[in-house]
Design a protein around this ligand. Structure first.
Ligand SMILES: NC(=O)c1ccc[n+]([C@@H]2O[C@H](COP(=O)([O-])OP(=O)(O)OC[C@H]3O[C@@H](n4cnc5c(N)ncnc54)[C@H](O)[C@@H]3O)[C@@H](O)[C@H]2O)c1
Length: 281
């Protein structure tokens, strides 16, 4: 494993590219939008500066990390040499299925295909390829260079060999991989999203205001961030789409997204990335 291609250069894609490059891998960072790629390189450079300031990396490490990342708007060019592709494009099932159909067609035979999806079935993603044994979930947490967890999701057809390769690789990135099976929301979001949704219902029903809800959870439960601030950080559109996957996947009304969340997403108040959500940025 030396050549890693990352598809999608948004919040997660730039962090995944940063982390692989920091640990010596050659990274092809791919996005359909060249402006997204430019923004990603700027973000990676700023985040590397922060690591240099904290003495996690040297100034020379920053230069060599950046030199290992090459950007592409053309998928074919970007995956030619890939040993592994990590897809981190928009959380939308049809976008992801199209990307995996293309990846399967374009990538060398040996290439493993991973998705960073928060909630879409790995088994379903694998089913549109001719290499279902080599498709897996590699769910990094935000911000990727900082957070230790990689939730490794085994689809119904993922081989033991693929799983073991991804576990070994995650450890090379100084991460802690945890193996889970492919059911809606996996583990992380199956537990996190109902909590965030309940916090939004608590606001919606007027039980308390935004700051009160977050303060209760921060000081009362020792959470580093309140659930509403965390929702802003993740992106309210991402939270809504994960809740819909849980709701549809389990057919259980307890996962129904709060109407306030739906309304905020419709209004374009998506959280930190749009400058406003439960808080203003
Ligand atoms: N935001 C989080 O905290 C978080 C955490 C864990 C996992 N995830 C998952 O990571 C994935 C990416 O989320 P994000 O928050 O980085 O999204 P984002 O909206 O910040 O970035 C998505 C990027 O994908 C690009 N894209 C869309 N279609 C594409 C295509 N066909 N080919 C190449 N690029 C394409 C977009 O231009 C955009 O730059 C999603 O599956 C999400 O569920 C997000």
């Amino acid at each position: 494993m030396q050549h890693i291609s990352v598809v999608g250069s948004g919040t997660m894609g730039n962090g995944i590219a940063h982390t692989f490059a920091q640990f010596g891998f050659n990274v092809a960072l791919i996005d359909t939008q060249s402006t997204a790629l430019q923004r990603a390189i700027k973000t990676i450079s700023n985040n590397l500066d922060r690591q240099v300031k904290k003495e996690i990396l040297t100034a020379a490490d920053k230069v060599s990390t950046l030199s290992r990342i090459v950007t592409y708007t053309n998928l074919n060019e970007g995956v030619k040499k890939a040993d592994l592709v990590v897809e981190a494009a928009t959380e939308n099932e049809s976008i992801k299925l199209d990307i995996f159909r293309e990846l399967d067609r374009l990538c060398p035979e040996h290439t493993l295909l991973a998705s960073n999806t928060s909630s879409i079935s790995i088994t379903e993603i694998a089913s549109v390829t001719q290499r279902a044994d080599r498709v897996i979930g590699m769910h990094f947490m935000n911000p990727v260079p900082v957070m230790k967890l990689v939730e490794v999701i085994k689809g119904y057809t993922t081989s033991v060999e693929t799983t073991n390769t991804i576990i070994t690789l995650s450890r090379k990135l100084d991460k802690v991989p945890v193996e889970v099976n492919d059911y809606p929301g996996f583990v992380a979001n199956r537990i996190l999203m109902p909590m965030i949704n309940e916090a939004i219902y608590t606001l919606y029903e007027g039980v308390a205001d935004v700051e009160a809800i977050d303060t209760v959870m921060k000081l009362g439960m020792a959470h580093p961030m309140g659930p509403l601030e965390l929702a802003d950080f993740i992106g309210l559109d991402v939270c809504l789409s994960i809740l819909r996957v849980l709701y549809e996947g389990f057919g259980n009304p307890k996962y129904a997204p709060c109407p306030l969340l739906v309304k905020m997403v419709t209004a374009g108040k998506l959280g930190k990335k749009t400058g406003a959500g439960f808080y203003k940025y």
